[in-house]
Design a protein around this ligand. Structure first.
Ligand code: SF4
Length: 473
């Protein structure tokens, strides 16, 4: 069967795309599940000619994925597919479809897949290929005889990450040179675990994985690393360095196999503080940058979002990384209730701690989070495109223009000295620096946030998606 997997393009706005364009790893992993079929991946962030692919490839099944800000784009892709041919079977899955499936109970959708693709995709493809009844396929919503979406039994199958086939990165070879992560281009994303035991209020990872954590064996991770051709790898796990034994064994394997690559990873600060020796070990085999979820510049903010971490721990982790010469990409959350003083406090914190790269997002109640359940009634919009964490979907205490001016100002780079030091230390090239400067200039323009603001911008009053409600039933 011919299967087309589509990564939709979120609305053009300043956003995460400015600092990273990761490969559609989830689709590459889905493709690997059905090696007996003819599969293609269309990354519409880089190639939006869906019509041409539908005409030339002639898929019989199209599967689309979407994060919350991409919901409207995914709905449009599915609509275009069905308009092209009603015979093509359409399925949507991924994070948002799992957490709010009813957003896809639409005429252009044949099935909504819930949870990890490994538990149902092969079954679904076999049923579609053999024109069988879909009601035997677990973990999907499909239509009953009256055309109403009903949920099939949820699969209880455990996904053994150690046995997963390698992602089909060959299917994105034409795009690969464009994928980047901060200063690293081209970059390859590698996911070595799924899930997180923590319960940060703004995050839905524990909801998606039902609180479970699943980790790949070091041997399976090594096999994937050895198959990667780029010089740079980003571990896109939610929390790397959380399992000392596993990550220690993996470091030994990477070293003993003579792998020479540069690594970036996302970590919690408490993992770093618990195992500084592990940081050192990874630095010796190529770790050079860490994305740290610092979230706030004081304990109150950390407590408010239930980070289960103190400012003291964050400070200790920063010191350990700086001592090891690791570039810190610190991620902070800005609360819409902030005053000018709050912004100033965060600016001071970032500059006192000498955090070279800082990323700021606006506290956003994303579907599937505790924050969403707590604040749903206060949302200013139901337009998912505004839920990109760079627009305030809750009321701001400051006038909105002033809020965005403060927000954009966080990105204004007052001193480029640290970047040139990184160039001198051989950790960045001049070209990296230029790209970084362009990124920061884009992020420091407040008008770009206001353009798509639900109150100030041209998106105000727009109603492209139904009001989200948290329910998987
Ligand atoms: S933000 Fe990170 S630490 Fe917190 S729940 Fe999500 S994945 Fe876990």
């Amino acid at each position: 069967m011919r299967i087309l997997l589509v990564q939709p393009d979120a609305p053009a706005t300043v956003g995460f795309r400015t600092v990273a364009l990761p490969e559609p790893l989830h689709l590459e992993m889905v493709a690997a599940l059905v090696p007996e079929h003819d599969v293609r991946i269309l990354d519409m962030r880089l190639d939006n000619d869906l019509e041409a692919v539908l005409r030339n490839f002639g898929p019989q099944l199209v599967a689309v994925t979407a994060l919350t800000p991409e919901v409207c784009a995914a709905q449009q892709v599915l609509q275009q597919v069905k308009s092209f041919s009603a015979e093509i079977f359409t399925v949507v899955g991924g994070h948002h479809a799992t957490l709010v499936p009813k957003d896809f109970f639409l005429p252009q959708v044949d099935a909504v897949a819930l949870g990890e693709a490994e538990v149902m995709f092969r079954e679904l493809v076999a049923a579609v290929a053999n024109r069988q009844d879909l009601h035997g396929v677990s973990s999907i919503f499909c239509r009953n005889d009256d055309g109403v979406f009903v949920r099939n039994t949820l699969s209880e199958r455990h996904v053994n990450l150690g046995e997963l086939p390698l992602p089909r990165r060959d299917l994105t070879k034409d795009y690969r040179s464009e994928y980047f992560f901060l200063f690293d281009k081209p970059d390859t994303s590698v996911a070595t675990s799924r899930g997180c035991p923590f319960r940060c209020k703004f995050c839905s990872v524990h909801e998606f994985y039902h609180g479970s954590i699943n980790q790949m064996t070091p041997a399976r991770v090594l096999a994937e690393i050895l198959a990667v051709s780029s010089d740079h790898i980003t571990f896109v796990d939610d929390n790397f360095l959380m399992n000392r034994q596993r990550e220690d064994a993996l470091a030994d394997l990477v070293k003993s196999h003579g792998v020479r690559k540069r690594f970036s990873m996302e970590c919690r600060t408490d993992s770093i503080v618990r195992h500084p020796e592990l940081v050192e070990k990874w630095v010796n085999i190529g770790l050079y940058a860490v994305l740290l979820g610092l979230e706030g510049g004081n304990d109150k903010m950390l407590k408010d979002v239930n980070k289960s971490c103190s400012l003291q721990t964050n400070d200790q982790a920063i010191r350990i990384l700086q001592h090891n010469g690791v570039i810190i990409w610190g991620a902070f959350i800005v609360d819409p209730v902030w005053t000018d003083d709050d912004f100033q406090q965060l600016r001071d914190y970032v500059s006192r701690r000498e955090i070279t790269h800082a990323q700021f997002t606006i506290l956003t109640p994303l579907p599937g989070t505790q924050l969403y359940r707590d604040r749903r009634e206060e949302l200013l919009t139901d337009d998912y495109a505004c839920f990109d964490t760079l627009h305030a979907v809750l009321s701001t205490r400051l006038p909105r223009e002033r809020f965005y001016q403060n927000f954009a100002d966080l990105y204004r780079q007052r001193n480029l000295g640290p970047y040139y030091e990184l160039v001198q230390a051989g950790k960045m090239t001049i070209e990296d620096c230029r790209r970084g400067k362009a990124m920061l200039d884009a992020l420091a323009r407040w008008e770009r946030y206001a353009e798509n603001d639900p109150i100030l911008g041209h998106r105000s009053g727009q109603r492209t998606s139904p009001l989200p409600s948290f329910s998987t039933r």
